[in-house]
Ligand binder design. Structure first.
Ligand SMILES: Nc1ncnc2c1ncn2[C@@H]1O[C@H](COP(=O)(O)OP(=O)(O)OP(=O)(O)O)[C@@H](O)[C@H]1O
Ligand SMILES: [Mg+2]
Length: 227
């Protein structure tokens, strides 16, 4: 088994009034393990919907999701919550840091939520060092650049050693250079920590860093290409 996620006949339909939007339309993909995969496609093509379903934030209308060889779509909400908390990390377009907490406190807080109480301080420091913020631990978000804030969010998302890191448009609010730094950091995590990264982006400049690119259109995955 060389995939982290596999989907079978995945559909997600949203009802709004009398209309039904088919956000995912028979998606059958394998997300390779220990690789950086990019989901790419126009606005509304289903990227966020797919990430939310893989990360057990949402359930499909139809179809199956396997995390390694375990089907997560048939699990109870309680088990899915546990998997999401322990095995997944999330990063979003708008960095959602606590504005009244320092970089260190933000990561420490994330670890506390993930249920960690042993050697939290050491781990929080380690993660901030890993993202190149050793000298910014006591800065609050407003004292950090956009790229630095996103790196704090990454430190927080990897602090509990997730198996998978989901990043939905993590570079959208950054300039190309800073965005590339963030994606290269993902690549380093893939190579050094064996994490699987699934990220979405519109930015063609990011494609060169990816191991795999999946192209979506109207809820259909057109193809998955190895780079
Ligand atoms: N909760 C919802 N209710 C109704 N329709 C929804 C809901 N969430 C998403 N959709 C629809 O599903 C489709 C896919 O949305 P999704 O957010 O996955 O797109 P996306 O590829 O992430 O787009 P973007 O690049 O703009 O973020 C869109 O047509 C959207 O309007
Ligand atoms: Mg989206």
């Amino acid at each position: 088994m060389d995939y982290t996620f596999k989907t079978e006949g995945l559909y997600r339909r949203f009802k709004s009034g009398s209309e039904t939007v088919v956000a995912l339309n028979d998606v059958n993909i394998e997300i390779p393990k220990n690789k950086l995969s990019i989901l790419r496609g126009p606005s509304g093509s289903g990227k966020t919907t797919l990430i939310n379903i893989l990360g057990a934030l949402d359930r499909p209308s139809e179809g199956k999701v396997f995390l390694e060889d375990v089907e997560i779509t048939k699990m109870s909400d309680v088990r899915r919550d546990a998997i999401r908390r322990t095995k997944c990390g999330f990063i979003f377009q708008s960095v959602a840091l606590m504005s009244n907490m320092t970089a260190f406190e933000n990561v420490d807080f994330g670890l506390r939520i993930a249920g960690s109480n042993k050697s939290r301080k050491k781990r929080a420091e380690e993660c901030l060092k890993q993202v190149g913020l050793a000298k910014r631990m006591t800065h609050r978000p407003q004292e950090l650049s956009g790229g630095e804030q996103q790196r704090v969010a990454i430190a927080r998302a990897i602090s509990h050693r997730p198996q998978v890191l989901f990043a939905d448009e993590p570079t959208a609010e950054l300039d190309t250079q800073t965005g590339l730094q963030v994606v290269r950091l993902f690549k380093a995590l893939v190579e050094q920590e064996g994490i699987t990264v699934v990220m979405t982006t519109h930015d063609v400049n990011m494609m060169e860093v990816a191991d795999y690119v999946f192209n979506l259109e109207d809820g259909v995955v057109l193809d998955g290409q190895q780079r």
